[in-house]
Design a binder for this molecule. Sequence first.
Ligand code: PLP
Length: 379
Amino acid sequence: MKKEYLLTPGPTPLPPQVSLAMAKPIIHHRTPQFQEILKEASAGLKWAFQTANDVFIISASGTGAMEAAVVNLLSCGDAALVVQGGKFGERWTELCKAYGIKAEVVDVEWGKAVSPEEIAKRLKANPQIKAVFATLCETSTGVDNDIQAIAAVVKQTPAVLAVDAISGLGAVDLKTDAWGVDVVVAGSQKGLMLPPGLGFISLSAKAWKLVEESKTGRYYLDLRKAKKALDKNDTPFTSGITLIIALNEALKLMQADGLENIFKRHRVMADATRAAVKALGMELFAPTAASDGVTAAKVPAGLDGEKLVKTMRDTYGVTIAGGQEELKGKVIRIAHMGYIAESDIILGITCLEKVLAQMGYKFNLGAGVKAAEEVFLKG
Ligand SMILES: *Cc1c(COP(=O)(O)O)cnc(C)c1O
């Protein structure tokens, strides 16, 4: 018998309340019943996004919401600045390229956070830049960027700041309005504890000016249509009814907890995971900017990282993530975002230790679990 556990940075495990909500019979979306549900979702999303602006729900994975940001803000030939310190920063660049937007790249060494001063310098040198694209949690490297400091820089320029918070939202603090973040993009399957399938996007008044000016052809992702519909408690196309009903369950759980507690829990989970891998003699991939949503650790020299991940998953049912692109086989990533408790971390570390030992790696068996427990005891 094998039990399955998910410790990946998307999808993340589902609370039972969320799963049960999705088992109910489907209802129609153009009804007063669904309008009430959408109203509740809109209010809850504003709370989670820490914004007074509308948060639009798109039936797409997170990347659909990223694409919505690009096509609605910019036109072919416009200039943008992209923070690229991992696979998801690269995605902003690729999206810009697909639409003929001139993407100037701030190349950040993988495993490091971007320097806000560098962004200030680039914006000063190129006043044509209309938008800065950044990532809250760069899931591929386990880095959290300092969005507050980046926003403070961008705010003083005519450019807007668009942040990919797909894996960060609901895990690490992002004060959209208070910090002055113009556009926030999120997805359902990470910190928000839902299955994949919904993308979310919020826009400031400064960003809406660009939406009105953009000449890019758009249809499904046209946020002007989304705004017109949302003003009437509706969506322009068939709503992701089941997922939106589940979203309200997830938001209820989050609101019962409170944002401060949620962020603190993620910090403690991250501290415990980091302490555990270090106690096993593994190095953090991002020691100076380690994310509270996901921990990336270097695979010990001489060990096959892909085999480590595969054995944990296929033999013991514990799914963690490996490295992507240039990090393939070189890092493991243990997610601690969303519906994750202390017991999940202990279980994940226990399995990691077992497979490391089987692969011949020398360490003190139990050292990782002990280090995690010590963090949890302190709380
Ligand atoms: C998961 C993730 C994405 C991609 O989202 P999809 O839902 O797969 O489209 C983009 N950015 C970040 C930071 C992510 O973690």
